[in-house]
Design a protein. Structure first.
Length: 269
């Protein structure tokens, strides 16, 4: 009788253990790939799923986007400049069966192929292109990775260059180049300003030549502006001196005419 109870207890415990071994919970963002006797059986959807213990083996595959940081790679560009480039890649599983059967570790494989692809793509461009056309490089790297990872059931959704490290000598050379470029633009802008100012001054001088009174008004305005600061120094422009001389000559002529007329009147009387 005792052996019967012991047997029943053992059977009950084994049944409970087998039950828990057969129950699997597949989360919403996962898929369960079931292998029966080592052969592909089916793919289980999210929820509570049952398998045959020992006979079936379920591998859960996450369908969420995974971030893979690409370590800084020492790369020599096409113009023989040594740079360190790091990046980040994003991928997701689109075929759970391939990700389990075709490759052992998808994330490790994508990390390694991303490093070699990064060195290959950046090495085919000049340094200026690498710095200025990062968006183009990102697209090229992602397209190359997609061609490889499609056989693994993964899709690379995005690749971004994260950091580009330059040698100190190259940084100094680029700083000098940028400074020279700024000086060139400053000189060009100053020359354009001088050209526009000379053009406007020519127009103003032509206007004053055709209207002499405008020159006199401008001269008087200049004297008013000088007098605002309460200066003791009096500046008489040359055009004003000429006007004063003409006025003096006019007064002298009028005086001479008046004298002649006065003398003629006395002689008649």
């Amino acid at each position: 009788m005792v052996w019967l109870w012991v047997t029943l207890v053992i059977v009950g415990v084994l049944a409970i253990v087998l039950f828990f071994m057969s129950v699997k919970i597949v989360k919403q963002y996962e898929r369960g790939v079931v292998l029966r006797f080592g052969r592909l059986h089916n793919v289980r959807e999210p929820g509570i799923r049952f398998i045959i213990p020992i006979v079936d083996v379920m591998t859960k595959v996450s369908l969420r986007i995974v971030t893979v940081p690409i370590q800084s790679q020492g790369i020599i560009t096409q113009d023989n400049v040594s740079v360190g480039v790091s990046a980040v890649a994003y991928y997701r599983i689109v075929d759970p069966v391939k990700s389990v059967i075709a490759i052992e570790n998808v994330q490790s494989a994508i990390d390694q192929i991303a490093q070699t692809t990064l060195r290959k793509v950046v090495g085919q461009h000049h340094l200026d292109e690498t710095l200025a056309e990062t968006a183009k490089l990102n697209v090229n790297i992602r397209e190359i990775l997609d061609e490889t990872t499609v056989e693994w059931g993964a899709q690379v959704t995005l690749v971004e260059l994260k950091d580009i490290l330059l040698p100190d000598s190259m940084k100094r050379a680029m700083a000098k180049q940028a400074e020279a470029e700024r000086e060139k633009r400053a000189k060009i802008i100053a020359a354009e300003g001088e050209s526009l100012a000379a053009t406007q001054l020519g127009v103003a001088s032509d206007t004053m030549m055709s209207h002499p009174l405008a020159l006199q008004l401008r001269t008087l305005q200049t004297l008013v502006e000088i007098g605002v600061d309460k200066n003791t120094l009096v500046i008489v422009p040359a055009p004003l001196l000429g006007s004063i001389g003409e006025l003096t000559n006019f007064l002298d002529r009028e005086s001479a005419v008046a004298q002649v007329r006065g003398g003629a009147g006395l002689a008649g009387s």
